[in-house]
Design a protein around this ligand. Structure first.
Ligand code: NIG
Ligand code: FE
Length: 400
């Protein structure tokens, strides 16, 4: 099965060798892309596109094409609603990690079918907005059975599943957090590991401290799970340095960073995943993407879609925030939402469009990637292909 997308006005490849070298997006103009089965087979001048051999030809009409967004951080297995908390924050209350327990109670009470329907609804939302790879965490079950089922359900939608039993200490262990860490590192990990690729810890005051995070990540590594961390979200803390020391692939939030944190991230090659929707939804100060990029740190942008700290599934919205509030150029923000997300998941098959990449492709209803930030809140995603197959939630634009 072969597909040719031709008359692409601007192609974002994320292949620095393909562009003028100065821009991280490796932009090419007036090109065509050939897809064979689930992979990119060829990229070249539109005038040379092998149209006669194609099973299907799509005319991009001069619009922009980019790699699908890679959303490396979400919490989609949940039930319930915390819009009241959001309303209170907008009236001056501050975000508290304890709100997670409200969602834990609702999630435990929900059926498997209800949870799966919620994940499906949110993954569909994501695809409509150009996300073609997403990571999904557990973390609202916090019992052996509820964490395992959250990961089983998440695994129906993505390979990038993350065990977050160490989200907060649930109420029934409030008097004995050490016993909860034993549960997480013992029976809960054993039940979760077959369904997870990653293990994550919320390393923050009010959640888990550095020693607990170390113990949980070490147990996860012994069970074959790669580590990642929620860190430095509510204040400066030890999480980012711990992530760098352990050489983790990524550390997420990074809202409050010292110069030592930034240096350590660069030295370790750990990706800093910024979650601008969280700062938007909690009214916290935005971290500077500029500072990280200037220091030579790899930056990813992700949604952190969850019912508490940030209930958006929209990567275009996060890109617009990163440009407006984090000192990133549109090109840097788009790069962070595609290649950056892929780096944060240790993936080389997604986040770029070059021969051999997975054919996860977004056609914009706009002439350039800049419009993602220039036209915030506007539905610019015209078509999405995942593994070379058109995603039916987004129909290609009708020809006039
Ligand atoms: O990534 N920081 C911890 N966990 C989530 C929030 C979860 C919630 O508030 O329900 C986050 O922001
Ligand atoms: Fe999160």
């Amino acid at each position: 099965m072969s597909l040719v997308i031709t008359n692409i006005g601007e192609l974002v490849t994320n292949d620095p060798a393909a562009g003028d070298g100065a821009d991280p997006l490796g932009v090419r103009r007036d090109v065509a892309v050939v897809v064979e089965d689930d992979r990119i087979a060829w990229i070249g001048a539109a005038a040379e596109a092998p149209l006669a051999d194609a099973d299907e030809v799509v005319d991009a009409e001069g619009r922009a094409v980019l790699p699908g967004f890679v959303d490396s951080h979400s919490h989609l297995v949940f039930a319930g609603d915390r819009s009241r908390d959001f309303e209170a924050r907008m009236a001056g209350e501050s975000y508290a990690a304890g709100g997670i327990r409200t969602t834990v109670a609702a999630t435990r009470a929900a059926s498997d079918e209800q949870l799966a329907a919620g994940v499906r609804r949110h993954v569909t939302e994501m695809r409509r907005q150009g996300t073609t790879t997403c990571e999904i965490k557990s973390g609202y079950g916090l019992t052996v059975e509820d964490e395992a089922r959250a990961l089983r359900i998440a695994g129906g939608f993505t390979d990038e599943t993350t065990f977050l039993g160490a989200h907060v200490v649930p109420p029934e262990y409030a008097e004995d957090p050490a016993a909860y860490v034993e549960l997480v590192t013992g029976p809960m990990l054993e039940a979760a590991a077959p369904h997870a690729r990653w293990i994550d810890v919320f390393c923050e005051r009010g959640a888990f401290d550095e020693d607990q995070a170390r113990a949980i990540l070490a147990a996860g590594a012994a069970a074959g799970l790669a580590g990642r961390l929620h860190a430095n979200q509510l204040g400066e803390g030890p999480g980012v340095l711990l992530a760098a020391e352990l050489g983790l692939t990524a550390v997420d939030h990074c809202t409050y960073l010292t110069d030592d944190d930034v240096d350590a991230l660069r030295e370790a090659g750990t990706v800093a995943t910024l979650l601008p929707g969280v700062e938007f939804s909690t009214r916290q100060p935005y971290p500077s993407g500029r500072r990280l990029l200037d220091a030579g740190v790899t930056v990813a942008i992700a949604s952190d879609c969850n019912p508490g700290s940030c209930y958006t599934s929209s990567m275009p919205f996060c890109i617009a925030l990163a440009v407006r509030e984090m000192g990133m150029t549109p090109a840097e923000a788009v790069h962070a939402a595609t290649a950056g997300g892929a780096a944060a998941l240790g993936r080389s098959d997604v986040g770029a469009l070059r021969p051999g990449s997975r054919a996860d492709i977004v056609l914009l209803d706009a002439p350039s990637h800049v419009h993602l930030a220039y036209r915030p809140g506007v539905p610019l995603i015209s078509a999405v292909w995942i593994g070379g197959r058109i995603d039916n939630v987004v129909a290609p634009k009708e020809k006039e």
